[in-house]
Design a protein around this ligand. Sequence first.
Ligand code: ACO
Length: 278
Amino acid sequence: MTDRSETETVAFDVIDGIAWVRFNRPEKRNCMSPKLNRQMMRVLDELEYRDDVGVLVLSGEGTAWSAGMDLKEYFRENEAKGLGATRGAQREAYGWWRRLRWYHKPTIAMINGWCFGGGYGPLFGCDLAFAAEEATFGLSEINWGILPGGGASKVIVELTGFRRAMYHAMMGENIDGKTAAEWGLVNEAVPLATLRDRVEQVAKVLLEKNPVALKATKDAIRRVREMTYDNAEDYLIRAQEAANFFDNDGRKQGIKQFIDDKTYKPGLGAYDKSKQNV
Ligand code: ACO
């Protein structure tokens, strides 16, 4: 199939609390067209507050995670229409990556194959990232004559540091999943054959945690990166107090089950949240 309808550009299944969302243009190596960007936002909207979704995993159908932006449908066709169309297409793409960065549920990027250029936006958007050792990462922008935009320059320097970012962006050389893990682009690399199992294992651990605390935690880690120590200290006090508003019983149960009931040890695992008042 070469001409997918908009709704077919993203696939997903919800299984046992995990939403497995997939870029679904394998014949185009899952490059991001305006259609795909619009559909991904719809899918994120649909899944964000569903009670049967506790964790969202983003992967790709076929051999690619995502080959970046669609050079034809995102760049060339919009540039031909003028600046308004170009800005509109940027808003659609950047919009769902931003949505992902602040998503209500924990998110995991499962990088099964090619990951280029614009793909670094959703890669950074996900809280955690696990790659196949066989995956290929690259800032190929320089190879076709542009700078790494759409946040890609920001992502590489944030995740890897100045020298690696500069080399990666200027040389247009690819790295494999193992190197991506060494550089900090992803948490871990494992053989492709075991990638889904490893991601499922991580997702199941997250499903056991207090969801209000998880959202507060993931936002805190993103926010404090750009704060002074004093600002971070203050923000974290206020963020915890806001979390208490949504979940006043969780941490009290966490203390009770350890100190009074002695049914678990926080240093070794999570409290039983099924016993808390919701
Ligand atoms: N934009 C538009 N079409 C694409 C893209 C893309 N980013 N990536 C792949 N395709 C299309 C190809 O044109 C081809 O289409 P066709 O079947 O109509 O000819 C089809 O997808 C399959 O691609 P192949 O190149 O045949 O697949 P192969 O497995 O041999 O190579 C690879 C995969 C290495 C990912 C190659 O497709 C490629 O280099 N893609 C571009 C990667 C890139 O530089 N992306 C842009 C990054 S910069 C940015 O995102 C801003």
